[in-house]
Design a protein around this ligand. Structure first.
Ligand SMILES: [Zn+2]
Ligand SMILES: [Zn+2]
Length: 285
C-alpha cells in the first residue's frame, strides 16, 4: 500500500540535522524546517559540518521529502525600498541554504502589498524574483504558499498565484496549498461537492500538478473570514469530511502533507493528527 508522505514542521534546536530523529520518532515520512531564525534578518552561514550531518541523516531517513519554510520577515511585495532590498537578500540566502542542504523546495508567502494595490504588489514580487533568480542556485524549487488574505497579503486568490507564475516564466514554481488558508480565503471544500468545485477551480486557474506540498491545518475561523488561525485537522470549520476528500484524492497521494499545528506534550497532538490523516486515507497505522 502506498504510504502518503506525511509529517510535521520540526524544530532544529541543537542543530539542523536534529530535525530528523525528532520527526522520525513520531513516524513522519515528510518534514518541514526553518534553516534560520524565522524572525531575524541576520543569520550565520550554515556550518559545513552541520550540512554534511544533515545530508547524512536525510540519506538514512525514512523521510522522503524535506521542505524549508522561509523567514516571516521577508516581503517581496513591500513598497519600502530598504525592506525590499533586505527581503531579496534574505530570500536569496534562503535559496542558497536549501541548495546546500539538498531539500525538495522552499516554501514562501508571496508578500503583502501594504495598500499599494494588488497589481502593483504582484509586479513588485515578480521584479524581486527576477533579480533573485538571476543569481540564485537553480536546483531549488520555490513553492508559493496559498495565504488566507489577511490585511494586504497576496496569494489568497488562485488568480494571484497564477499571475506570479505568468510574470516569472524563468522559474518552474510549485504551490504549497495550505488548507486553513485556502478555506479562510473563501474556498469552501468542507463537503465533497465543495472539494470537487474548489479543486476544479484550482486546476483551471493554476493547475493541480503544480501542488508540491500541502499544509494540513484546519481553520478556527469560518470560510471567507480571511483570518489565519490554525486548528487541529478535523476539529475546525473544515472538519474531517474536507480532509477525507483530500486524503482520498489520488492526484495527491505522492504529494507531501505537513502539519503546522501545536505538537502537544510528548507529541500527543501530532500523533493524533497523523493517525487521523492515515485513517482518512484508508491506510492502516
Ligand atoms: Zn502554511
Ligand atoms: Zn497559517
Amino acid at each position: 500500500m502506498t504510504r502518503h508522505p506525511l509529517g510535521v514542521h520540526a524544530s532544529i534546536a541543537g542543530g539542523i540535522e536534529k530535525a530528523f530523529p525528532r520527526a522520525e520518532q513520531i513516524g513522519c515520512t515528510a518534514l518541514q524546517i526553518f534553516t534560520r531564525n524565522a524572525s531575524r534578518w541576520q543569520s550565520k552561514p550554515l556550518d559545513p559540518v552541520k550540512v554534511a550531518a544533515f545530508r547524512e541523516a536525510m540519506l538514512k531517513s525514512p523521510i522522503t521529502q524535506v521542505f524549508v519554510h522561509d523567514s516571516y520577515l521577508i516581503n517581496l511585495a513591500t513598497p519600502d525600498d530598504d525592506k525590499w532590498q533586505k527581503s531579496k537578500a534574505a530570500f536569496g540566502d534562503e535559496l542558497r541554504r536549501c541548495s546546500q542542504l539538498g531539500v525538495q523546495g522552499l516554501v514562501m508567502h508571496p508578500g503583502a502589498h501594504l495598500d499599494t494595490g494588488e497589481e502593483t504588489g504582484l509586479q513588485r514580487i515578480a521584479a524581486a524574483f527576477k533579480e533573485i533568480l538571476a543569481e540564485a542556485p537553480e536546483n531549488v524549487q520555490i513553492l508559493l504558499e496559498t495565504t488566507a488574505g489577511m490585511g494586504s497579503h497576496l496569494g489568497w486568490r488562485f488568480e494571484q498565484l497564477a499571475r506570479i507564475i505568468d510574470l516569472v516564466p524563468q522559474h518552474d514554481f510549485g504551490i504549497c496549498f495550505d488548507t486553513c488558508h485556502v478555506f479562510a480565503a473563501g474556498y469552501d471544500f468542507s463537503t465533497a461537492e465543495g472539494y470537487s468545485a474548489v479543486m476544479a477551480e484550482f486546476e483551471h486557474i493554476v493547475g493541480c500538478e503544480k501542488i508540491r506540498l500541502f499544509h494540513i491545518n484546519d481553520s478556527k475561523k469560518p470560510c471567507g473570514s480571511r483570518v489565519d488561525l490554525h486548528e487541529h485537522a478535523g476539529l475546525g470549520q473544515i472538519g474531517a469530511s474536507g480532509f477525507a476528500c483530500l486524503m482520498r484524492d489520488h492526484r495527491f497521494t505522492a504529494v507531501a502533507k505537513i502539519l503546522e499545528t501545536p505538537q502537544g506534550d510528548e507529541h500527543e497532538y501530532d500523533l493524533r493528527n497523523l493517525a487521523l490523516l492515515r485513517q482518512l486515507a484508508g491506510e492502516t497505522t
